[in-house]
Design a protein around this ligand. Structure first.
Ligand SMILES: NC(=O)c1ccc[n+]([C@@H]2O[C@H](COP(=O)([O-])OP(=O)(O)OC[C@H]3O[C@@H](n4cnc5c(N)ncnc54)[C@H](OP(=O)(O)O)[C@@H]3O)[C@@H](O)[C@H]2O)c1
Length: 233
């Protein structure tokens, strides 16, 4: 039986690389993208590499899109084994601290990085529980760490810190079900690769996400990782 993986924001950057590496492992990858054309173009890039994927149009902040996703998973795939919550807002004003960030900026970041990730997880969780297998990877950031919290990138830091809380709550909700839930930071390699379409830099940035997406059944759950090593919340 083929595993099915859903990757959000799979049309570029880290998400595209995660799709590539999962597809190379003979996992049936659903590359989701909020822009249908961008999703098709990304799948075309991977098709030229000999990889076959399904494409799905998904804006994670749209309740209607998330509902359609649930229907597509049930009707066309019947399962979902891996969810990579990768879709994320670009960093806003790097200098926007807590006193400067706008309400609009906060709402936008939370809608994607928090609410979107939760709603997609709520959609796939029943399928994972039914099949007694699931791996949820929440793509977070070292900027979310409470241990080193700084007063910059306020919307990004707050929304990713909330996403980390989701990891803890979801891992508890799904404890013993065969579903493992973890957060990760793509690390310095992602920063180095940012803005580039070359897969080379992204390859190492995606490593921890791929590791968490394919954990054995006795793998960790409710953790936060970078370079496959636990990091402080
Ligand atoms: N790059 C880094 O240094 C770094 C470091 C730490 C954490 N991260 C995290 O890693 C993840 C990927 O980063 P990246 O560098 O690859 O970012 P990116 O190049 O900005 O790509 C972000 C992806 O998320 C998608 N997206 C944004 N809003 C969405 C929505 N409402 N619904 C669905 N998709 C949406 C984007 O779609 P469009 O193409 O349509 O915009 C794009 O595919 C993000 O969660 C980011 O916060 C990155």
């Amino acid at each position: 039986m083929d595993r099915v993986a859903l990757v959000t924001g799979g049309n570029r950057g880290l998400g595209l690389e995660i799709c590539r590496q999962l597809a190379r492992r003979d996992i049936r990858v659903i590359l989701s993208s909020r822009d249908a054309v961008a999703g098709a173009q990304a799948a075309e890039i991977l098709a030229r590499e000999g990889l076959r994927l399904s494409v799905h149009c998904l804006d994670v902040s749209s309740a209607a899109d998330v509902k359609l996703l649930g229907e597509r998973l049930s009707d066309d795939f019947g399962r979902c084994d891996i969810l990579v919550n990768n879709a994320g807002m670009r960093l806003g004003d790097a200098d926007a601290g807590i006193l400067d960030e706008t309400g609009e900026g906060l709402r936008e970041a939370l809608a994607v990085n928090l609410v979107g990730a939760v709603c997609v997880a709520q959609t796939v969780a029943p399928l994972m529980v039914r099949q007694a297998y699931g791996r949820v990877v929440n793509v977070s950031s070292s900027l979310a760490q409470l241990a080193t919290m700084g007063n910059t990138h306020a919307a990004h830091r707050l929304s990713k810190a909330a996403l980390n809380a989701v990891t803890l709550m979801l891992s508890q909700a799904l404890a013993g079900s065969g579903v493992l839930v973890n957060s990760m930071c793509p690390g310095a390699q992602a920063l180095a690769a940012e803005g580039s379409d070359a897969p080379v830099g992204w390859e190492s940035a995606a490593d921890t996400a791929i590791w968490l997406a394919t954990l054995p059944k006795d793998g960790p759950t409710g953790g936060f990782f970078r370079d496959r090593r636990p990091m402080a919340w």
